[in-house]
Write a protein that binds this ligand. Structure first.
Ligand SMILES: NC(=O)C1=CN([C@@H]2O[C@H](COP(=O)(O)OP(=O)(O)OC[C@H]3O[C@@H](n4cnc5c(N)ncnc54)[C@H](O)[C@@H]3O)[C@@H](O)[C@H]2O)C=CC1
Length: 541
């Protein structure tokens, strides 16, 4: 159960050198707070023009682009300088110009499918993003590389130094400017978030329906995702994979390319307001470039995915097994084949909380009958988890997003697997064990299964049965005895682990301390896998 992962929908799976920092230090992106909507005409009001040019590259303007144009009309550039800033990006080449869409958590027009008849042959979802967006097979733009855009003085326009004593000051790379903004807004992250969504919904009320009715724990997912991406703008490898996942994951919300300019406009509006101490034309240009790149990768990934997979799957609950008063094993049958890999997770929406999606790891390797299982623990104030544990019954219909995550087994090696599963984090570990078994490999697999009490080892019988069937598997339950003995500590007492790849799944604290412990005992970071801690941080629901 992966309830807690939160933020963008596309939690990344990380090797240990990524994703354990738990955020950017800004503190509070996940902390909901209600702020009054901003007064219109505020500083942010000029942002429409800044992002005016943010339109899907290579895509002709269509009536669907109207909302963005509307914003532009409402806030025309007031100065020649502003005019000038806009024009370059209008004509900028692919990758340099603007915008793409993001689409927030909107949800597909699903009103209420609760109680709807199970319909295996349901119509395909309306194509997201419009067919006009070509699928890009082209290389991704070079992140962080200088490119012409809006507001940024081009190298040729930088005045030459006049005397020998003057050295030309280098144009700061975008990443530096972006991180400077992030550092400034970090302490007021809540305000940035509130202002961003207020701007978005005031200026683009048509986008409100893409988000859940209650925007508390979920409301900053979009912004958080964008800021995370921007912060890593100079880390192409991580960023592209992350954004492609994010773009694919946003199809289920009903995100369309034409939504991206609106989001970009409000992003800049909010950042410029709360980073006013360091905000200048160069900074704005850096953000525009970053957002342009981010959104284009997302749009391209969504368009490519549209050719391959539905935006979401319906799935019928076929069994519901309450293992403890608050943990259930929920098994569902998707309405069409659902390809995934053991160790991955999906996003899940219940009919009781429309447009609220939570992440859950698959608790089994792919099965021949196509069924999928999840281990769900009802957490306090957890809407989705409580609904799944206490309300869901066979016959209920849920929706699933696409599979994600790379905490999967590398079948090209015969390294052992060292697995730490804490609480419901045992679910994907069980899937990994089944995967190894199905591949007929006899590589050693050592599972440490942690729980607070004996009673919380709700899946120990299954794990011990697997151990009986597979001589290469060892399962060690670890009950932490009021925190005297925590799961990661126990692993140190075994080993050596130098021939093992490590997999961690469980609460964020366990993953953090587990990664530390494993590094301490000499396992290199690139052999330690876990889902993004950032995604796990908020045990929302
Ligand atoms: N792919 C993944 O990483 C998955 C993660 N999860 C997450 O796992 C969590 C499970 O929650 P519960 O069952 O309530 O777990 P829990 O809070 O009962 O803890 C489970 C185990 O982790 C250990 N642990 C917890 N915090 C620790 C810390 N700071 N340092 C060291 N060890 C620690 C406990 O001692 C216990 O052995 C949820 O947050 C869920 O989102 C669930 C499924 C998959």
């Amino acid at each position: 159960m992966f309830e807690a992962r939160h933020t963008m929908d596309a939690p990344t799976t990380a090797s240990a050198d990524k994703g354990t920092s738990g955020g950017n230090g800004g503190g509070g992106w996940f902390t909901p707070r209600q702020e009054p909507a901003p007064a219109d005409g505020d500083q942010g009001a000029s942002d429409g023009r800044r992002l005016a040019a943010m339109r899907p590259v290579g895509r002709p303007t269509t009536p669907q682009d109207e909302p963005a144009q509307e914003a532009d009309r409402r806030t025309p550039p007031t100065t020649p300088a502003a005019q000038e800033r806009i024009s370059p990006s209008v004509q900028a080449p692919r990758g340099a110009a603007a915008h793409a869409s993001q689409a927030p958590g909107g949800a597909a027009p699903q009103t209420s499918y609760q109680g709807a008849p199970y319909a295996p042959g349901r119509p395909e979802p309306e194509p997201a993003g419009g067919a006009a967006q070509p699928v890009s097979g082209a290389p991704q733009p070079a992140y962080g590389s200088p490119r012409p855009a809006y507001g940024t003085p081009q190298p040729e326009s930088v005045p030459a130094p006049r005397g020998p004593e003057r050295t030309p000051s280098p144009i700061p790379p975008d990443a530096v400017l972006i991180r400077r903004t992030m550092a400034e807004v970090g302490p007021v992250a809540d305000k940035v978030t509130s202002y961003f969504y207020a701007l978005l919904f005031v200026r683009h009320p048509e986008l409100r329906q893409l988000f859940p009715a209650a925007m508390d724990t979920q409301r900053d997912r979009l912004l958080r995702a964008l800021l995370t991406a921007a912060e890593h703008i100079d880390n192409t490898e991580v960023l592209v994979a992350y954004l492609q996942n994010l773009g694919r994951g946003h199809r289920k919300y009903g995100t369309r390319p034409e939504h991206y300019p609106a989001v970009g406009e409000c992003l800049i509006g909010s950042l410029s307001r709360y980073a006013s101490g360091s905000w200048d034309a160069e900074t704005e240009a850096a953000w525009v470039r970053a957002y342009t790149t981010i959104s284009q990768v997302m749009i391209d990934a969504a368009a490519a995915d549209e050719l391959l997979a539905p935006a979401w799957w319906y799935a019928e609950v076929v069994s519901h097994d309450l293992r403890t008063p608050d943990v259930a094993v929920v098994t569902v049958r998707p309405d069409q084949p659902y390809p995934f890999l053991a160790g991955q997770y999906t996003s899940l929406e219940t009919p009781w909380w429309p447009r609220i999606w939570r992440h859950y790891s698959f608790a089994s390797a792919p099965r021949s009958d196509g069924l999928l299982s999840f281990h769900v623990k009802a957490v306090p104030a957890g809407w989705v988890s409580n609904a799944l544990v206490h309300r869901a019954r066979p016959g209920d219909i849920i929706r699933l997003g696409p599979p994600a995550g790379s905490m999967t087994v590398d079948h090209t090696t015969d390294s052992g697997l060292l697995c730490l599963g804490g609480g419901t984090g045992i679910a994907p570990i069980k899937a990994l064990v089944e995967d190894v078994a199905e591949h007929g490999e006899r590589r050693p697999v050592e599972v440490f299964y942690g729980a607070r009490t004996d009673h919380d080892l709700y899946d120990i019988d299954t794990m011990l049965r697997l151990q009986q069937s597979h001589p290469w598997l060892a399962v060690r339950p670890v009950v932490d005895q009021q925190a005297h003995l925590q799961l990661p500590d126990v692993v140190r007492e075994y080993g050596p682990w130098n021939e093992y790849d490590a997999y961690l799944s469980g609460p964020p604290g366990m993953i953090r301390s587990g990664v530390d412990a494993l590094r301490d005992i000499g396992i290199p970071s690139d052999r330690i896998r876990h889902d993004s801690v950032e995604e796990l941080v908020t045990a929302g629901d």
